[in-house]
Design a protein around this ligand. Structure first.
Ligand code: ZN
Length: 288
């Protein structure tokens, strides 16, 4: 199953069409794309038992983030060895956990305002949680996964690196810094949800290209580790870390410009396109 947020309403994607869940279920399930995780198993049963009719064409430009208002977003840094190496961390580094504050989420066709000339890309596999996960063992971890989607952990490197300790959560939470989508794909749709090609291109150049099987902590390992401390709640997200190829690690460094087009792709899920613009001049500013 593919689930999308079409203009703020929960839809099931069926080929090129989208089925509005509230209408098709005659109100059994509401339109709010976030609320479905509170009744995830009921919803899955409904989709499977009543082959839905009434799907209509939809416009990709109207898609919002598939999981728009998670209570918690966990994000993992240094979860691919080759990215740890390019970022200057030793090979045995423990992955680090931070948050992207939920106000940074945006959809898969977003235009993101660049707050500076130091904004970097990080394509990531994003996991959505289907039911409360508390001290979950690795073997049961996938029972708590609703689906997977594509995310960009956009990162403003000056804010991130300004102090003596990195400010991951702030530097990665400007408005629009969490593009996600285009839809949430349930694990049964994927040949091997632990081994998916992942990458992104910046204005046509392949800048990241890896496989999710190269994660240091895989999805089950992350759920086990995170849920040993925090309960994971239905509709929470985990940004699982980025592979090598970020702009900050290049020589010379390369950051996103307002005319760049960033296309992020994951095998079996699809791709999303992010565009950028420069901030408007500050009010009262004389120079132009
Ligand atoms: Zn990241």
């Amino acid at each position: 199953m593919k689930l999308a947020n079409v203009a703020g309403r929960l839809n099931v994607i069926l080929g090129d069409n989208a089925l509005d869940v509230e209408q098709a279920s005659e109100g059994l399930f509401g339109a709010d794309p976030q609320a479905v995780y509170e009744r995830w198993q009921d919803f899955v049963d409904w989709v499977e038992s009543a082959p839905p009719r009434g799907a209509r064409p939809f416009d990709l430009a109207n898609l919002g983030p598939p999981v728009p208002k998670p209570a918690q977003i966990f994000a993992i840094g240094v979860n691919y060895a080759e990215h740890a190496a390019e970022a200057g961390y030793p090979p045995d580094s423990m992955p680090v956990t931070f948050t992207k504050f939920p106000t940074c989420l945006t959809g898969p066709s977003a235009v993101v305002e660049l707050p500076s000339d130091s904004v970097d890309w990080e394509v990531e596999l994003v996991v959505a949680i289907s039911k409360r996960a508390e001290r979950v063992q690795r073997a049961q971890a996938w029972d708590h996964v609703a689906g997977l989607t594509i995310g960009q952990d956009l990162s403003e490197r000056q804010v991130q690196m300004a102090g003596t300790k990195p400010q991951f959560s702030l530097g990665k939470s400007f408005p629009g810094f969490g593009p996600s989508g285009p839809w949430l794909v349930t694990p049964d749709e994927l040949h091997d949800p632990n081994d998916l090609a992942i990458g992104c291109t910046l204005s046509g150049e392949v800048v990241q290209n890896s496989r999710t099987s190269r994660m240091i902590y895989d999805i089950a390992g992350l759920i086990e580790r995170l849920s040993s401390v925090c309960p994971l709640l239905p509709g929470d997200l985990i940004f699982t870390g980025t592979p090598a190829g970020v702009g900050n690690a290049r020589t010379p460094k390369r950051f996103i410009r307002s005319d760049d087009v960033l296309i992020s792709s994951i095998e079996g899920i699809g791709s999303m396109t992010t565009r950028f613009n420069s901030p408007p001049p500050l009010a009262g500013s004389d120079d132009d």
